[in-house]
Ligand binder design. Structure first.
Ligand SMILES: Nc1ncnc2c1ncn2[C@@H]1O[C@H](COP(=O)(O)OP(=O)(O)OP(=O)(O)O)[C@@H](O)[C@H]1O
Length: 266
C-alpha cells in the first residue's frame, strides 16, 4: 500500500544575502513498504530522522530525493502538494494531544471538522457519525459537548484518534502518539489502536523511541540511526538480540528499567 523508495533528505537553510544552503543529510536512502492492515514501527533515538520521514510520508515535506508511492501513485507527482483524495486516506495522530486541538472547540466540533471538510452530511447524520466515533474510541455521546480542558490526556488522545479515523483513512502515521501518556493510558490506547486496525483494516506507521510500545503494536520494526535504516525485523527476539549499537541502545534503555538488570554499585 505504501512504498518509501530510496528517500534522502536535507533541509534547506535560507540565509540573508546568500544562496540557499543545504544542511547535512537528515535521511539517506530509506526504503521500506507497509502492507494493508499492517503496522510498521519506526524506532530511533532523538534526531534519527523519524519525524522528518513521517512528514515526508504525510505529504508535508517534499524529499530531496526518492519517492513515496501510495497505492502505486507518487504522492508528490503533481508538484509540492498531494491530492485531496490522498490527504483523506493519510491521517496523523501527534504526541501532544493538547496542542493538536483547538481549546475552544467541543469534542463534537473537533471530530466533525474532517467530516465537514470532506463530506456533505445532514445534521442528523453528522451527529450520528460523531456519536459512533466517540463510542469506537471508548468515549460516550455525553462527551460530545465537552471542551479539551474537560478531558484527561488519555481521553483527549482518544478524541484525536476519533478525528483521525473519521474519514476511514487507509494509513495513519502515529508520531509518538502514546509517548506523553502514563503507562496505564499507553496500554489502553495501544489496545484501542490494535482493535481499530483489525476492525477497519487500517495500516499504521508507528513512530516511537519506545521499543516496548512498538513490540506491542507492530508486525515489523525498522530502526533508524542518523538518518539511515539500520535494521528491519518482524521477529522481536532477533531485534532484542541484535548486535547493532543503535538497536542495543534502544533495547538496553528498557532493560535497565527492570530492577534485576540495573547496575549495582558496591
Ligand atoms: N525544519 C527543520 N529545519 C532544519 N533541520 C531540521 C528541521 N526539522 C528537523 N531538523 C533536523 O533533522 C534531524 C532529524 O530530526 P527529526 O525531528 O526528524 O528526528 P526524530 O528522530 O524525529 O527526533 P525526535 O525523536 O527527537 O523527535 C535533526 O538533526 C533536526 O535538527
Amino acid at each position: 500500500m505504501l512504498e518509501v523508495r530510496q528517500v534522502s533528505h536535507s533541509y534547506r537553510q535560507r540565509r540573508w544575502f546568500r544562496r540557499t544552503d543545504h544542511t547535512p543529510s537528515v535521511l539517506t536512502d530509506i526504503s521500506f513498504t507497509i502492507e494493508k492492515g499492517s503496522c510498521l514501527g519506526l524506532l530511533g533515538t532523538s534526531g534519527a530522522g523519524k519525524s522528518t520521514l513521517g512528514k515526508i510520508i504525510l505529504g508535508m515535506q517534499q524529499p530531496s530525493q526518492g519517492q513515496i508511492l501510495f497505492e502505486g501513485q507518487d504522492i508528490y507527482q503533481t508538484g509540492r502538494h498531494m491530492s485531496k483524495a490522498m490527504r483523506r486516506d493519510l491521517q496523523v495522530v501527534f504526541q501532544d494531544c493538547y496542542s493538536a486541538v483547538n481549546p475552544m472547540m467541543t469534542a463534537a466540533e473537533i471530530i466533525g471538522e474532517p467530516l465537514d471538510n470532506y463530506e456533505r452530511l445532514s445534521f442528523a447524520e453528522r451527529r450520528r457519525r460523531i456519536g459512533e466515533l466517540l463510542e469506537q474510541v471508548g468515549l460516550s455521546t455525553a462527551d460530545a459537548g465537552k471542551r479539551p480542558d474537560q478531558f484527561s490526556g488519555g481521553q483527549l488522545q482518544r478524541i484525536n484518534i476519533a478525528r483521525a479515523i473519521a474519514l476511514k483513512p487507509k494509513l495513519i502515521v502515529l508520531d509518538e502518539s502514546v509517548s506523553s501518556l502514563d503507562m496505564v493510558n499507553q496500554t489502553h490506547i495501544l489496545s484501542l489502536l490494535a482493535e481499530l486496525r483489525d476492525t477497519h483494516q487500517l495500516s499504521y506507521l508507528f513512530i516511537t523511541h519506545d521499543i516496548r510500545a512498538a513490540m506491542t503494536l507492530c508486525d515489523r520494526i525498522a530502526v533508524m540511526d542518523q538518518g539511515r535504516l539500520v535494521q528491519q525485523e518482524a521477529d522481536c527476539e532477533t531485534l532484542i538480540h541484535s548486535a547493532h549499537p543503535a538497536v542495543r541502545q534502544l533495547v538496553d534503555s528498557i532493560l535497565s528499567e527492570h530492577p534485576a538488570n540495573r547496575l549495582v554499585w558496591d
